[in-house]
Design a protein around this ligand. Structure first.
Ligand SMILES: [Zn+2]
Length: 53
């Protein structure tokens, strides 16, 4: 299985202390807190947020 860096994600649900996001590339759903940990090194989260509308 390829390792996906989840360059583009969308928020599925947002709760008090949990936020679930879905990767638009691989379709994986995960806690955004985990994603933040992954994204810090890649610094890709800001890029994703600035994606074109
Ligand atoms: Zn992914």
């Amino acid at each position: 299985m390829e390792s996906c860096k989840h360059p583009r994600v969308r928020v599925l649900t947002r709760e008090e202390d949990a936020e679930f996001v879905e990767c638009l590339e691989c379709g994986e759903v995960f806690d955004s807190h985990e994603f933040t940990d992954m994204a810090i090194e890649e610094k890709s989260l800001k890029n994703a947020e600035q994606s074109d509308e």
